[in-house]
Design a protein around this ligand. Structure first.
Ligand code: DC
Length: 208
């Protein structure tokens, strides 16, 4: 069983992916963290983020076995990740590594931007999770505040707008809904309601 979940930043896809994985006993990979891990390794080594060949080397060699969400969620790492994520050679390497993760038993939930379209086009179930930018900015703002950060709501909104534009406009594997993905708009849904809708859909597929 492979479940593919795509959507923009702060749409709720990560939480949904973790909860679905726990519920159905599947492994989980947040593919955003794989791009972040490459960016973090390059930043730590003082490498040039615009050097495509070097970036692909880092993508081959970075350890993906222990992705630390807390360290990797730093704002600067997210910015650097979105820059190296436009490099086709980096994407080729990471997509292969993500496919291997998905192929291992007993199955997996992967979340990202191109899972249903590129990484797992034959996934058993696909979701495209989204929410209005206002709602996503408010969620991200609350998260940052809960973590002790002090970025203003307007700055968070502008940052999301920039990230959305970069993720959707790149020529290689832009953020997109697969034709056969179930659309889940979480603008007016809390996580429990979104989860229960998603569980119903997965169970429908399992029982088909
Ligand atoms: O979801 P996130 O913020 O952790 O993702 C970090 C960056 O990686 C973001 O700019 C989008 C990019 N990304 C991608 O291009 N493809 C994926 N499958 C996952 C993330």
């Amino acid at each position: 069983m492979i479940i593919a979940i795509d959507g923009p930043a702060a749409s709720g896809k990560g939480t949904l992916a973790r909860r679905l994985a726990a519920r159905f006993g599947l492994r989980h990979l947040d593919t955003g963290l794989t791009y972040r891990a490459v960016a973090a390794a390059m930043l730590a080594a003082g490498a040039d983020l615009d050097d495509a060949e070097q970036a692909a080397d880092f993508a081959e060699n970075v350890d993906l076995s222990e992705l630390d969400r807390t360290t990797l969620s730093a704002h600067g790492i997210g910015e650097a990740a979105s820059r190296i994520a436009v490099v086709p050679a980096v994407r080729r390497v990471l997509v292969e590594r993500q496919k291997s993760f998905a192929a291992a038993p007993p199955g997996a939930v992967l979340d990202g931007r191109d899972i249903g379209t590129v990484v797992c086009p034959k996934a058993d179930v696909k979701f495209y999770v989204t929410a209005s930018r206002d709602v996503r900015a408010r969620r991200r703002f609350e998260e940052i505040r809960a973590g002790g950060g002090s970025l203003g709501l307007e700055a968070v909104y502008d940052d999301l707008a920039r990230r959305d534009a970069r993720d959707s406009a790149r020529s290689d594997s832009p953020l997109a809904k697969a034709d056969d993905a179930h659309l889940l708009d979480t603008s007016d849904l809390d996580i429990e309601t979104a989860l229960s809708k998603a569980v119903d859909i997965v169970e429908g597929v399992l029982n088909a």
